[in-house]
Write a protein that binds this ligand. Structure first.
Ligand SMILES: [Cu+2]
Length: 504
């Protein structure tokens, strides 16, 4: 696996401010608990070949790296034609699908030459273009995979990235009528190669936080994709992370902005918001929006902030734009806009690998609040996926929470390979003593967090580019349990001592 520098032009967007905050309807239509829309099977042109390709990848223990790989000739279609549909999957070497709480497809982006074709994440949204549209493909094109596969375990793994392509060969009669599209990558953090932001608990209003509208106005310029030629948007679906409610895709022309699609997150199972067990609403196959050169696309994402803090969150709404106009609704003509079909469809139902929520009683972890005091320490090392003092899995004295006096700090030091294994100290919601799954443990306030201790290319990886973190000195006396949000089986605690009674 190697890291390749991508050309700067790809995701860097011009810096202009777009004022779309006013266009957000307050709390309208967030249907995290609503009945999911129908799963729609795509209609494919005659002669379409559906084939699965395999790209083997080696994943280091605990890895959470953003990497690039070329897709080799035997891992991709061998003839000229049209890519119509794309379905991502991740398998272990034995063909089984790893549970999301152990190995996690953080994100996956396929690049054809320097264009993003499709992007996906753990929700594994299937991309299928409406009948008659496709991505033009030649076997000589450069095809690359940008992937971030997060190994939540301490064991190295061989995995296989599997992708299924609906492909129409150029020789098929239906190919003569195909119209080419290119993906407009509309991302709240557009311009960043690791496009994430943190959502603090209780941020925003009424338990909801819309980004970037409710963040600093200086963040808005990134979120801006200028349309380069007249055309028609024919497909879109949102991408967000646990805690996310919906993405909204907007188009701006002059001083007018209208919403052209809301992609809701439909969570399955008991854990609802706090999980990866989710399908995203995609635009229905007859969604068509006519856009003009100079129009601006942008996206907003809304998260729930009542349940937990959400780190390294995303908000993306890639949209497929035809290479020349293909009809559609003019979103700035009110009568036409009223006709825009904004109904959602799902591309798949619940996935079984997303079902282990965790949060069950287990013998594995001590309840830190009930433990005796450990030694007073200025420093705690992290090595071999263990916090060397106060790790809740450690028996005996090593498992007791280290003490610190009020106003003093404990410094945590990552001593694992700093370019490969990143650890965090993330305060836990609750005692942090239950089993690990996609909904447990959860982060508490986001007031206190170490960031990912480790090093990587700036802006490309999740690394904080430091090896150490010190606990804040303002903490009140008490026991602070925490976990590593990269390896959530890692749990620990520290304790701020009560101040000594002052002598009279
Ligand atoms: Cu860790």
């Amino acid at each position: 696996m190697r890291e390749v520098r991508r050309s700067r032009g790809l995701l860097v967007l011009p810096a202009l401010i777009v004022a779309i905050a006013a266009a957000i309807p307050a709390a309208a239509g967030a249907q995290a608990t609503a009945t999911p829309p129908k799963v729609v099977k795509p209609e494919l042109p005659a002669g379409t070949i559906t084939k699965t390709y395999k790209v083997p990848l080696s994943i280091k223990s605990g890895q959470n790296l953003n990497l690039y790989d070329y897709i080799k000739a035997d891992q991709r279609p061998s003839e000229e034609g049209w890519i119509i549909g794309f379905k991502p999957d991740l398998k272990l070497a034995d063909g089984s699908t790893p549970p999301v709480d152990q190995i996690h497809l953080h994100h996956l982006v396929m690049l054809l030459n320097s264009d993003i074709v499709v992007a996906s994440g753990e929700e594994k949204t299937r991309v299928t273009l409406p009948n008659g549209f496709g991505y033009r493909y030649k076997p000589t094109d450069r095809l690359m995979l940008n992937h971030m596969i997060h190994n939540l375990t301490a064991t190295p793994e061989k995995v296989i990235f599997e992708y299924t392509v609906d492909f129409l060969p150029a020789s098929a009669p239906a190919a003569a009528k195909m119209m080419g599209v290119r993906t407009q990558f509309v991302d709240v953090e557009g311009g960043k190669r690791y496009p994430v932001f943190d959502v603090k608990r209780n941020a925003g209003t009424n338990g909801r936080y819309t980004y970037p509208a409710q963040a600093s106005a200086s963040l808005a310029p990134r979120n801006r994709v200028p349309i380069q030629h007249d055309g028609t948007l024919v497909a879109t679906a949102g991408h967000l992370h646990p805690g996310g409610l919906y993405t909204d895709l907007f188009v701006t022309r002059g001083d007018k902005t209208v919403k052209i699609f809301r992609s809701n997150a439909y969570y399955y199972g008991a854990a609802k918001l706090a999980s990866w067990n989710v399908s995203m609403g995609a635009a229905s196959p007859d969604w068509r929006v006519a856009v003009k050169k100079g129009d601006i696309l942008s996206v907003q994402v809304t998260y729930d902030t009542t349940k937990a803090a959400w780190y390294e969150s995303m908000g993306i709404s890639p949209a497929s734009l035809t290479n020349s106009p293909a009809g559609g609704v003019d979103p700035f003509d009110p009568a036409q806009y009223a006709q825009l079909d904004q109904r959602e469809v799902l591309t798949h139902g619940e996935l079984k690998e997303n079902r282990d929520y965790g949060g069950r009683k287990t013998q594995g972890y001590a309840d830190a609040r009930k433990l005796a005091d450990g030694p007073t320490l200025a420093q705690v090392a992290i090595k071999d996926f263990v916090y060397k003092q106060g790790d809740l899995t450690m028996p005996g004295k090593k498992g007791l929470p280290p003490l610190v006096a009020p106003g003093k700090a404990i410094k945590f030091v990552n001593q694992d390979p700093l370019r490969e294994i990143f650890h965090t100290i993330t305060p836990c919601k609750g005692a942090c003593d239950l089993s690990t799954g996609i909904s447990y443990p959860l982060a508490d306030s986001a007031q206190v967090d170490s960031g990912e201790l480790g090093f990587g290319p700036v802006g490309v990886t999740a690394a904080a580019n430091r090896a150490t973190w010190s606990t804040p000195t303002y903490l009140k006396p008490g026991t602070y349990s925490y976990f590593c949000r990269i390896h959530p089986f890692m749990r620990g605690a520290w304790r701020v001592k009560k101040p000594k009674a002052t002598q009279r």
